[in-house]
Design a protein around this ligand. Structure first.
Ligand SMILES: C[S@@+](CC[C@H](N)C(=O)[O-])C[C@H]1O[C@@H](n2cnc3c(N)ncnc32)[C@H](O)[C@@H]1O
Length: 385
């Protein structure tokens, strides 16, 4: 894949839809801007199953007008990355206890991806589960760094038998940290949140590390949005949050659960604007029970101004706003189609930074998205000068 070409194509495409990405759909209420308004109309009759397919990018069989279809195919085309050809290795039994299916899946593939790496600097290691498995049955070494000392203590206890080769260091890492004396460590960041991925790359560049392996996540925690010097789109925190949640495969059960949350949230916002003169604001996360109880109770709990309306008025409004809710739900699904292109774009910005600094890079999709959607791997090798 030609990184720079794809990056430029993504930039142009995202720029065309920047307002859609940057604003929460509710911030547009009551207007759905063009051309999305007509796309919402096109999918107004869609069943839940069809909406789920659309959200999951299964778009081949959907009956849609050309402009909308072109948008969806572009989202897919521009976010498609080469799939890694890795074998899944068995994880030794004693490591499996309490390990989630997601972690097992990731680690079993990373065992293949890192099979020739003898020294690993595991950044944002958590309790060191990954390093622990990577060091079994060989002479590899790892230094696990995490800012959370409690997690490290758990790791130290669990991985006591590897203590001569597996070290833990509790510190908040940044680009200026002097943590290693040797540069023959592979820098590894598995889901190193936000800025940590960037600091790992800056550190690798500064100290001439030969290899960097990075899986990004939590893009909304980034401080620097123009890493390579070529990323000049103004991206909001809403957009970055969406990128951090992208590519998750929606199931019917999750779709239905999300419906109840969204219907309450959206309807409350419509009422706040139309009946109370309040503008959009983030309401914070409710608990499951909040969305199962009476709508009026939910309103009174989250927005005290709604107490100016009686419970029966609020319940009546809940019913009246059904169509509006359906339209904004669909608008949100259209918006979500941009989340993976944005994630790929942010990762290519990282690739451009590494290329500019003398690395040869490989960017691939590694994990199965239904188990681990933050599955973009950047592997960078310092080119011999
Ligand atoms: C999403 S978790 C990933 C943990 C582990 N790599 C995994 O994949 O299971 C991110 C970890 O990075 C750590 N972290 C975030 N920023 C850090 C920093 N600046 N320095 C050290 N650790 C950091 C957090 O404490 C957390 O344990």
């Amino acid at each position: 894949m030609e990184v720079e070409k794809r990056f430029k194509e993504l930039k142009l495409f995202i720029a065309d839809h920047l307002d859609l990405l940057n604003l929460e759909v509710l911030e547009h209420y009551p207007v759905i801007p063009k051309p999305y308004e007509s796309w919402v109309d096109e999918i107004n009759h869609f069943t839940s199953r069809e909406l789920i397919e659309l959200e999951n990018g299964q778009i081949n069989d959907l009956d849609l007008a050309q402009e909308f279809k072109t948008f969806l195919f572009k989202c897919r085309e521009l976010s498609t990355l080469p799939k890694a050809n890795l074998s899944s290795h068995p994880i030794p039994k004693h490591h499996l206890r309490k390990m989630t299916e997601k972690k097992r899946h990731e680690i079993s593939l990373l065992m293949d991806q890192l099979k020739f790496d003898k020294k690993i600097f595991d950044l944002g290691s958590g309790a060191g589960h990954l390093s622990g498995v990577l060091l079994e049955g060989n002479q590899k070494q790892s230094l696990c760094v995490d800012q959370d000392p409690a997690l490290q203590e758990i790791g130290k206890k669990k991985l006591e038998h590897l203590k001569s080769r597996l070290k833990f260091k509790a510190l908040k890492f940044n680009r200026d940290t002097s943590a290693l004396t040797s540069t023959d460590y592979t820098l590894l960041g598995l889901h190193s949140c936000g800025e940590l991925s960037l600091d790992m790359m800056r550190y690798g560049v500064r100290h001439h590390h030969k290899k960097i392996v990075s899986y990004g996540c939590c893009y909304h925690k980034l401080n620097c949005l123009n890493f390579s010097g070529a990323q000049d789109l103004e991206l909001s925190n809403h957009a970055l949050t969406m990128a951090a949640k992208s590519y998750k495969k929606m199931t019917e059960k999750e779709f239905i659960q999300r419906e109840s949350v969204k219907r309450y949230r959206y309807t409350l916002h419509f009422i706040m604007r139309d009946h109370l003169g309040l503008s959009f604001r983030t309401l914070g996360n409710g608990m499951k029970a909040d969305y199962k109880g009476k709508f009026a109770e939910y309103c009174h709990k989250f927005v005290s101004e709604t107490k100016r309306l009686s419970a029966s008025e609020l319940e009546q409004m809940y019913l009246t706003y059904r169509n509006e809710y359906e339209r904004f739900l669909r608008f949100g699904i259209i918006r979500s189609c941009l989340s993976r292109p944005l994630e790929v774009y942010l990762n290519l910005d990282r690739c451009l930074y590494l290329i500019k600094n003398g690395f040869k890079i490989e960017v691939q999709e590694v994990f199965d998205r239904s188990l681990s959607p933050r599955n973009i791997s950047i592997v960078a090798h310092l080119e011999e000068s």
